[in-house]
Design a protein around this ligand. Structure first.
Ligand code: X8Z
Ligand code: ZN
Length: 632
């Protein structure tokens, strides 16, 4: 797989994924420290004594060989992951585990060798490849003990399989009724009955209980692997992938969170007030935490589905994209074609014919699959695919753009050495399609015939912005806290006996949400979110949510847009497409600040464009919330 991190293992494996081609999966990290300084002054001729450190030739030969060998292993693992993800059976799980195990074994040796060669006086490309190898997080580092390595690979495959097959079943025999995540999510998205919502929420969270002991063992083994390559724990390895020290990265993500936190608190305050009015203050206290099952999403991560409950100006125009898609009789294929047409409008290439032949767009009826959307380059040679159980609605319209963003990244870097076949950092990979989807504006929807009129009065604009904010701003603390939880789990700060308590502490602290009923340490509520059993790092999505507005602003400037940022659509702009393509083609060959600078002119991640985009709504929220007590 290639790009986004896909499956759990895959994810984990991510190399296959990450490394390459799985887009939802784990992505390898990028840039390396600068190569050892060259001496400025001429050095005296070397003494003809025994050799000292490794030579540049040795290092170059090693990275060339590693690149060739890794390509083979990645392709093998990625093929096995694709098979498993699109047909979960004991056999496909075992085959994926074996392929990942081989890759892990190879990586263990390669990372150690890369460390030994780190002091060689090499050229910048070789130095970067050595660095990238050493910060590879997918597959997770495995212990050198073969039995433990095998156990780690097995656990990865198994956990993702359990999640993918997860269902709540009631009744016996012929009368048994089962509901999968898609069905339970539909209830959470559309029901307005407190008890019905609670029932669906509990049903899915119950599925995760069985994952808890597996995950605890997974953590032990992956940490052991991380220690063998000189990291304190797996979390430190994850934080090492951002061209700065792990401690600097932690501070950086906190800095970004503090930039957007006031906006989130305003949104939370208004949404809580509306939910309190709807469900009653006994259920939603006006100054407390929001029960996590009332926000329209199984994980309370994106809140767009409760827009009708919080609409700023009821009766004024609201664009219902889901209804428009259904009216126009979109099917899965046409939805993906629509996504592709956005990319090609920018002058980017059409997707290859094999994409249409090999992708999975629909949930098959005859077998179990991992429905969580992912994008792939299975063979690392432009073998692009997506795997989704597409629903015809506004959410999946965005997800299709998201996945295609991964595919286009793959497409524009697949000719690079395998070690450079990643995003500038993993947040870049996650931000591309979302950045383009920000151009799916009312004016764009009108242009493609999905809606008749573009609302142009201030109230309709605030309505539209609320719809967007529920997903974009509502997501931010969730995007941050998942890895906050995992960093603490991997470091041992949160022992296995406190998994659930620590999870809900962070959910309260960052999101201001609470479990709808008391939970215990029998539960494993973190495990009810795909990326935990699939071991896909999550900070990437937090970064992406912020970066996508930075990208959007830069692409809008390239497209010659003037006026407020929320009105910009880059649809059809070849200038914007050329700028985007130039960044995609870099892959991970340069430290991410170089890639960011090439597109935006800035070397820093910055939430200012996101805040600018939502300024009209921020002002509206501040006025609404003036008489309220916000916070929790
Ligand atoms: O996992 C995904 C993508 C695949 S990389 C569908 N996303 C996160 C999630 O679903 O939790 C996209 C948004 C956040
Ligand atoms: Zn993604």
């Amino acid at each position: 797989m290639r790009s986004s991190a896909p499956a759990a293992l895959a994810l984990a494996l991510a190399l296959p994924l990450g490394l390459t081609a799985l887009a939802c999966g784990p992505t390898p990290a990028p840039p390396p420290p600068p190569p050892p300084k060259k001496e400025a002054a001429p050095t005296p001729p070397p003494e003809p004594t025994e050799p000292t450190g490794p030579t540049a030739e040795e290092a170059r030969a090693f990275v060339d060989q590693a690149d060739r060998e890794l390509r083979e292993l990645y392709v093998a693992a990625s093929r096995a992951e694709w098979e498993k993800n699109t047909n979960i059976t004991d056999e496909t799980e075992a085959a994926a585990a074996r392929a990942n195990e081989k890759l892990m074994e190879y990586m263990g040796g390669a990372i150690k060798r890369a460390s030994e060669l780190a002091s060689a006086p090499v050229d910048p490309d070789t130095a970067r490849k050595l660095h990238l190898l050493r910060v590879t997080a997918s597959p997770p580092p495995a212990p050198s003990d073969p039995a433990k390595r095998q156990a780690l690979a097995d656990l990865g495959a198994k956990m993702e399989g359990i999640y993918g097959k997860g269902k709540q079943c009631t009744g016996e025999g012929k009368r048994q009724v089962c509901r999968d995540l898609g069905q339970l999510s539909d209830v959470i998205a559309s029901s307005r009955s407190y008890d019905e919502l609670l029932d669906a929420w509990k049903a899915w969270h119950g599925v995760a209980r069985e994952l808890r002991p597996l995950y605890a063992r997974f953590v032990e083994l992956a940490n052991e692997g991380a220690r063998e390559i000189n990291y304190a724990d797996l979390g430190e390895l994850w934080r090492a992938g951002y061209d700065m020290t792990p401690a600097e990265f932690e501070a950086e993500s906190e800095r970004l969170w503090q930039q957007v936190r006031p906006l989130y608190e305003q949104l939370h305050c208004h949404v809580r007030a509306q939910l309190s009015a709807k469900y009653g203050a006994a259920k939603v206290p006006a100054d407390g935490l929001i029960p996590a099952h009332l926000l329209g999403n199984m994980w309370a991560q994106e809140w767009g589905n409760i827009y009708p409950l919080v609409v700023p100006y009821p009766g004024k125009t609201s664009i219902d994209v889901t209804a428009a898609l259904k009216r126009a009789k979109y099917d899965e294929l046409r939805l993906v074609r629509l996504g592709e047409s956005f990319f090609t409008s920018l002058g980017l290439d059409p997707l290859p014919a094999t994409f249409w032949e090999r992708s999975m767009f629909q949930k098959p009826k005859d077998r179990e699959v991992v429905c969580h959307a992912s994008a792939w380059d299975v063979d690392f040679n432009d073998d692009l695919r997506i795997k989704m159980c597409i629903k015809i609605d506004a959410e999946d319209l965005i997800t299709v753009h998201h996945e295609l963003g991964h595919n286009y990244y793959f497409h524009y870097y697949y000719k690079l050495p395998v070690l450079f076949q990643s995003g500038a950092h993993d947040g870049f990979h996650e931000a591309i399609g979302d950045a383009l989807a920000l151009s799916v504006t009312p004016a764009y929807l009108q242009k493609i015939g999905l809606i008749d009129q573009v609302p142009d009065n201030d109230q309709a604009v605030i309505n539209q912005m609320m719809q967007d904010a529920l997903d974009k701003i509502g997501f931010l603390p969730f995007g941050k806290l998942i890895d906050q939880w995992r960093w603490d789990v991997f470091s041992g700060k949160t022992p296995a006996e406190q998994y659930n308590a620590a999870w809900w502490q962070l959910r309260a602290k960052y999101q201001g949400v609470a479990p709808p009923e008391p939970r215990t340490e029998e539960d494993f509520d973190a495990g009810a979110k795909y990326h935990i059993p699939a071991n896909v790092p999550y900070t990437r999505y937090f970064l992406a949510r912020i970066l996508q507005f930075q990208f959007h602003k830069a692409l809008c400037a390239a497209a010659g847009h003037s006026g407020p940022l929320h009105e910009c659509s880059i649809y059809g702009s070849k200038e914007a497409g050329a700028k985007l393509q130039a960044m995609l083609e870099l892959g991970a060959s340069k430290p991410w600040p170089d890639a960011l600078e090439a597109l935006t002119g800035s070397r820093q991640m910055d939430a200012a464009p996101m805040i600018e985009y939502f300024e009209p709504l921020r002002a509206w929220l501040a006025a609404q919330n003036a008489p309220r007590t916000c916070g929790w």
